[in-house]
Ligand binder design. Structure first.
Ligand code: IPM
Ligand code: MG
Length: 372
C-alpha cells in the first residue's frame, strides 16, 4: 500500500517520540513491502517561532494532501505562563482538528499485564481494564463563542452541541461497541447542563437502532469515581470534548503511564494519530520520553487502513520490549534505556507474525517470558 503521511512533530518531546514512530513505520514498510512517504510540517510553538502562526497554511495544505496525519505533541511553558498572549500553540491543534473535520477522538485504555504493577492502583482493581473512550472532538466548549469584557474581569466560554454533531460520534461509538463487549456508557452532566440533556435525548434515540448494545448513562463526577474504583465495568465510553479530555488523562493512571496511551482522531475525510500525552517540556532533549504512546498511535494508523497484520506486528514488538524490560524510566525507574534505544528495539523487532498472535498478552510479565 502507498501512503502519504503528514508528520507534525510539534513541541517538547514531540520530535523525539515522532522519530521513533517513523523508524517503526519504516520497519513496517520494509517488512511488509509497503511504500510510505513522510512530509514534515510545522505546528505549535515551533511554528509560532518560525512563522508567527501555530498552524501555517502550508502545514494545513500538506495535511489535506496526505492520507493521514501523524501528530507529536503541542504546548510550551512560555505560553502557559502568559495568559495574555493573543496567540498560543494549542490554537494550532484546535484549528487543525476543525479544518480536517476530525469529530471523533478514539482513546483506548488497556492495562498491559506486564505493566500491571506500574499503576498506583491495586492490581485486582485494574487488571482487566479494556475500555475505549469516544470523545467528541470538534465542538462543545472548546469551540463555542468566547469573550472577555473590556476590563478583563469577566470571561465567557459557550458550550453548544447540535443533534447532528452528537449523532455522528454516537453512531461510531455504538458500532465500536457492537464489535466489543456491547456496552456503552454515556458520560455527561445532564442534571445541570442543557447540552448534556440534548446528548441524552439524541443518544437514547440512536440506541434503539442498536438493540444488542446496552446503554447506561453516568454523570461525569460519578464516572470519574467509577473509572478508578472499577474500570473493567466500562467497555465504550461516549462523551463530549471536555469530559473526554479529563477522563482520558485519568485513564493513563490506570494504564501506568501517560506515555503509553495512543489515540486516533477521525472524521469523514481525514484521520490523525497522536499520543494522548502532551509536550512534557521538562523531558525535552533528555532522551527519557516514552515513545510507546506515539508508536501505538502508528499501530492505530495501520489499523485504520485495514493493515491489521502490520498493526499487530507493531503491538507485538511493543509487548516484546515490555517483556525484555527495554522500557524508559517512567515505566521502570531503574531503566537505563532512552527514547531512541526503546524505539530502535521495537523497530528492529517488527516482523511478520505466524498468525498465532493475539492482542491478549496475559502471559507476558516484565522480564518473565515472551511469546513472541
Ligand atoms: C488532548 C490535549 C489537548 C486537548 C490540548 C493540548 C489542547 O489535552 O488532546 O487531550 O485538550 O484536546
Ligand atoms: Mg488532554
Amino acid at each position: 500500500m502507498k501512503l502519504n503521511i503528514a508528520v507534525l512533530a510539534g513541541d517538547g518531546i514531540g520530535p523525539e517520540v515522532m522519530a521513533e514512530s517513523i523508524k517503526c513505520l519504516r520497519s513496517v514498510e520494509e517488512t511488509f513491502g509497503h511504500s510510505f512517504t513522510f512530509r514534515k510540517a510545522l505546528v505549535g510553538a515551533t511554528a509560532i517561532d518560525k512563522t508567527g502562526n501555530p498552524l501555517p497554511e502550508k502545514t494545513l495544505q500538506i495535511c489535506k494532501d496526505s492520507d493521514a496525519v501523524l501528530f507529536g505533541a503541542i504546548g510550551s511553558p512560555e505560553y502557559d505562563v502568559n495568559p495574555t498572549s493573543k496567540v498560543w500553540p494549542e490554537q494550532g491543534l484546535f484549528r487543525l482538528r476543525k479544518e480536517l473535520g476530525l469529530f471523533a477522538n478514539i482513546r483506548p485504555v488497556k492495562v498491559f499485564p506486564a505493566l500491571v504493577k506500574q499503576s498506583p492502583l491495586a492490581k485486582k482493581v485494574i487488571q482487566h481494564t479494556d475500555l475505549v473512550i469516544y470523545r467528541e472532538l470538534s465542538s462543545g466548549i472548546y469551540y463555542g463563542d468566547k469573550s472577555t469584557n473590556e476590563a478583563n474581569t469577566s470571561a465567557t466560554d459557550t458550550c453548544t452541541y447540535t443533534e447532528s454533531e452528537i449523532s455522528r460520534i454516537a453512531h461510531l461509538a455504538f458500532k465500536a461497541a457492537k464489535g466489543r463487549r456491547k456496552k456503552i456508557a454515556l458520560v455527561d452532566k445532564a442534571n445541570v447542563l442543557e447540552t448534556s440533556r440534548l446528548w441524552r435525548r439524541t443518544v437514547y434515540t440512536i440506541a434503539k437502532s442498536y438493540p444488542e448494545v446496552t446503554l447506561e448513562c453516568l454523570f461525569i463526577d460519578n464516572a470519574a469515581v467509577q473509572m478508578i474504583l472499577n474500570p473493567s465495568q466500562f467497555d465504550v465510553i461516549l462523551t463530549d470534548i471536555m469530559f473526554g479530555d479529563i477522563l482520558s488523562d485519568q485513564g493513563s493512571v490506570i494504564a501506568g503511564s501517560i506515555g503509553l496511551l495512543p489515540s486516533a482522531s477521525v472524521g469523514a475525510d481525514y484521520a490523525m494519530f497522536e499520543p494522548v500525552h502532551g509536550s512534557y517540556p521538562y523531558a525535552k532533549d533528555k532522551n527519557i520520553a516514552n515513545p510507546i504512546a506515539s508508536i501505538l498511535s502508528t499501530a492505530m494508523l495501520l489499523q485504520h487502513f485495514k493493515l491489521g497484520e502490520e498493526s499487530d506486528a507493531v503491538v507485538a514488538a511493543v509487548l516484546k520490549s515490555f517483556s525484555k524490560k527495554i522500557v524508559t524510566p517512567d515505566i521502570m525507574g531503574s531503566s537505563k534505556y532512552g527514547t531512541n534505544y526503546v524505539g530502535d528495539f521495537i523497530a528492529d523487532n517488527i516482523m511478520e507474525l505466524d498468525g498465532s498472535f493475539k492482542m491478549n498478552d496475559e502471559n507476558i510479565g516484565l522480564g518473565k517470558s515472551t511469546i513472541i
